[in-house]
Design a protein around this ligand. Structure first.
Ligand code: GUN
Length: 290
């Protein structure tokens, strides 16, 4: 293996420590304790684990953190009413509605009902518009985490050709906007792209976010490239793997994120960053440098 492994756990710890310090300062200077509420509808087992992790880490950093649970049978109106109450609650600065929502629910309508200033996932159309336009909104957590890892891995982001594999609204599209904002030449590739391996081989920065276990092979990677693997897939034997065949890619890449321990820990770290930023903005205070 020749690639340097980019340590997401260490990056997340460092970010969480900066957030906790800024939070302590906010508390002592302004008496402000930022609040994060996670809304969980139904009992998707993976979502329950994610929500418990978010709550635990937010509390550890010093946030006021609560989870609001509704049954799988809850109506759209009940979820919208919950969001409305949280929008109006001055002690809640960040609201996250855990996805996926039960089938009968219109997730887009629920996201649209969020106060954009409290939308710490950065999924509301106002935040999407700001991301592609003037900036200054809340930035989706996983793409934000990818950029922080990228900055750790290389100081040659500007001018690089970045290939984003995947075009989801949660990762691929917002990541394309962030990479463009960082002066990359950006290609968004997807399941209909012709000759994916050849497109990926052009990438100085290759980001895989397709949800297909070990799809990106060593031969798809340009020698020396930085590879960021957003995928978390469980194989039949229970092993967690990314969208990149790690051992093969690590032979060719200059730097690569592992799974687990790469992008995963950065998602919650960025959720905490967003909640702190949202709380400062709502209180009319400048956001601390993180
Ligand atoms: N489910 C899987 N990923 C996410 C995420 O980033 N945010 C929310 N709200 N739900 C998710």
């Amino acid at each position: 293996m020749s690639a340097r492994v980019i340590d997401g756990k260490d990056a997340a710890r460092a970010s969480n420590a900066r957030v906790a310090a800024a939070l302590a300062e906010l508390k002592s200077t302004h008496g402000l304790v930022p609040g994060l509420t996670v809304v969980l509808v139904g009992d998707n087992p993976a979502s329950k684990v994610y929500v418990a992790n978010k709550k635990r880490e937010a509390r550890a950093a010093g946030f006021n953190s609560t989870a609001h649970r509704l049954p799988a049978t809850a109506s759209q109106a009940e979820v919208l009413a919950t969001v409305g109450r949280l929008n109006a609650d001055k002690s809640v600065h960040g609201i996250l509605v855990q996805l996926p929502l039960p089938r009968q629910m219109d997730a887009q309508a629920v996201i649209a009902a969020l106060d954009p200033a409290k939308d710490v996932d950065g999924f509301h159309a106002v935040n999407t518009g700001l991301l592609w336009g003037a900036g200054g909104g809340l930035v989706p957590c996983t793409p934000q985490g990818c950029m922080l890892l990228l900055r750790r891995a290389t100081d040659k982001i500007a001018g690089s050709h970045a290939v984003v594999l995947g075009r989801s609204s949660i990762v691929g599209k917002p990541l394309a906007a962030l990479l463009l904002g960082a002066d990359c030449t950006v290609t968004v590739a997807h399941s209909k792209t012709r000759d994916l391996p050849a497109v990926c081989r052009q990438a100085d920065i290759l980001i895989a976010a397709v949800g297909r276990p070990e799809m990106v092979r060593g031969g798809w990677v340009k020698p020396g490239a930085v590879v960021i693997d957003v995928g978390i897939n469980r194989k039949a034997d229970g092993k967690l793997v990314g969208d990149v065949a790690f051992a093969e890619a690590a032979e060719v890449a200059g730097a690569i994120t592992p799974v687990p321990g790469g992008v995963g820990p950065m998602t919650i770290a960025c959720l905490l960053r967003n909640t702190l930023i949202a709380a400062c903005r709502q209180a009319g205070l400048p956001a601390p440098a993180l």
